[in-house]
Design a protein around this ligand. Structure first.
Ligand code: ADP
Ligand code: GLC
Length: 472
């Protein structure tokens, strides 16, 4: 069995703010089927400590300003290391933000500590010694860096879930973070005059993955690389896109305890009625679309807001569940109060997100960029046809209902140009038109529900990547 240490800032079922947590939580089981034993290292946030009780395996007298210890537990998700460092993680607010909604000032130190602990595990601080270290996003960027700098003979992989977050800090924090000033160069962790922990990882790891093949290509372009396109181009040979999967047991319309269950598209009726009721929408013959999303600029929901009146006027309905940016929350709430066929819930609700996929005819994901995206995959699985922007993993997972695809009988959704109100509006009009053709629509829903969205193929690709790395 190969041993892989996965280092992440969030992980289902313990703590989640977005898709990273779903993926970090799903990888251990998916990889076990490939003969890989993955253990995960997480920060000891209060909600994690509440759920996990373990045995102390090693300790630090002083880890970025206070004592810390690492404990280990076998959990439903797999082997879990938790870094218990109250001075860094025992706080109110969210895991990344203060109660006022600003980044914690010491976020760089909070995650440098996590990487330090990961590097110690790789150095043999416990009986379980990994063959490979695998870090996720900027929070784990210093893991490959510490390994390389200390000469620890454990190769490393970095996965980019979202390059918009570079893990930046002022240059004067270098020494406090435990970085070498001589690495503050363009080839090192210097990023436009500041420190980037993501860049520290991307310049020192052995392989880079991201969460869809198209995003891997997009990352090498100025439009999507967010300042890293040069580096991504230089490391193109080490960069591979591996699509995310979803947990098909948890997301199974035939067994999901949260929903009115159904086996085929014909059984969706009761779930749709229940959803209309939950959002106070009237009965209607038109399509019911849903959005389940963080409310941030990435997701393009400001563009959707502009075109939604026209769609509602043509007989469509929309139910939106989301939270995040205060301005967007306010704007969507206001729109919800204005339109009878628009239901808006601001908040975070796992059970409701399942009921929305079950009851919906369509799920809208009009993102400006989307490394992979998970909600379009839930939509496919639950027969809610994805209407998505042609970016990243959205483009890789949805087959547009153009004439050729319709003739061949293969479409699973609708794909439109990103960040373009007119294109989005026309996509919604196409959706209304297709929905008015029951045979065509049912065929598409059948295609969608049959589309493979599990982890099998991708887990095999990760396992092959690890093997290739160890053989190199
Ligand atoms: P991102 O990670 O960029 O937010 P993804 O589509 O990869 O986008 O993952 C988002 C995850 O968070 C999905 O599992 C989605 O269902 C969930 N999610 C987002 N917002 C909410 C919400 N308001 N309530 C419940 N689940 C949500
Ligand atoms: C990020 C991306 C999203 C992706 C998720 C899991 O949050 O925004 O597209 O699905 O990570 O990889």
């Amino acid at each position: 069995m190969r041993r892989v240490l996965s280092v992440a800032s969030e992980c289902v079922p313990f703590v989640k703010t977005g898709g990273l947590a779903d993926v970090a939580g799903a990888l251990p089981a998916a990889l076990a089927a490939q003969g890989v034993e993955m253990h995960t290292l997480l920060p000891g946030y209060p909600q994690v400590l509440k759920q996990v009780e373990g045995e102390k395996v090693f300790a630090f007298d002083d880890l970025y300003g206070g004592p810390a210890r690492v404990f280990f537990a076998q959990t439903s998700m797999g082997g879990l290391y938790v870094l218990d460092a109250p001075h860094l993680y025992d706080r109110n607010g969210t895991i990344y933000l203060t109660p006022e909604g600003h980044d914690w000032d010491d976020n760089p130190e909070r995650y440098a500590a996590l990487c330090r602990a990961g590097a110690e595990i790789c150095r043999g601080a416990t009986d379980w010694r990994p063959d490979i270290a695998h870090g996720h996003d900027w929070q784990a960027g210093l893991l490959p860096y510490f390994l390389k700098r200390d000469g620890t003979p454990v190769p490393s992989v970095m996965t980019i879930h979202n390059i918009a977050f570079a893990g930046q800090a002022d240059a004067d924090r270098m020494v406090a973070l435990g970085l070498e000033p001589e690495d503050f160069t363009e080839d090192g962790f210097e990023f436009w005059g500041r420190i980037s922990t993501l860049k520290a990882g991307l310049t020192t790891c052995d392989r880079i993955t991201t969460v869809s093949p198209r995003y891997a290509r997009e990352l090498t372009t100025p439009a999507f690389g967010m300042g890293f396109d040069g580096l991504m181009t230089a490391r193109r040979g080490d960069l591979v896109g591996i699509l995310n999967g979803i947990d098909t047991d948890q997301w199974n319309p035939a067994t999901d305890p949260a929903i009115r269950r159904f086996k085929t598209h014909r059984g969706k009726g009761p779930a749709k009625k229940a959803l209309q009721k939950a959002f106070g929408l009237p009965p209607s013959d038109g399509p019911l679309a849903v959005v389940v999303s963080r409310l941030t600029a990435q997701k393009g929901l400001d563009v959707l807001l502009d075109v939604i009146p026209g769609y509602l006027h043509q007989g469509g309905q929309l139910a939106l569940l989301g939270s995040g940016d205060k301005g967007l929350e306010h704007a969507w709430r206001e729109a919800g109060a204005l339109h009878e066929n628009l239901g808006v819930q601001i908040g975070y609700d796992e059970g409701l997100s399942h009921r929305m996929m079950a009851g919906a005819d369509a799920v809208l994901v009009p993102s400006r960029f989307e490394p992979c995206g998970l909600t379009q995959l839930y939509g496919l699985r639950y027969g809610a046809l994805p209407v998505v922007a042609r970016v990243g993993g959205l483009a890789d997972t949805v087959i547009d209902a153009n004439d050729a695809a319709l003739k061949a009988g293969v479409p699973t959704g609708i794909v439109h140009a990103p960040d373009d109100a007119e294109a989005l509006y026309l996509a919604l009009m196409r959706m209304l038109e297709l929905h008015a053709q029951p045979q065509t629509w049912s065929r598409m829903v059948r295609n969608a529900m049959a589309h493979p969205v599990g982890w099998d193929v991708s887990a095999g690709q990760y396992a092959a990547l690890y093997e290739g790395l160890l053989a190199a």
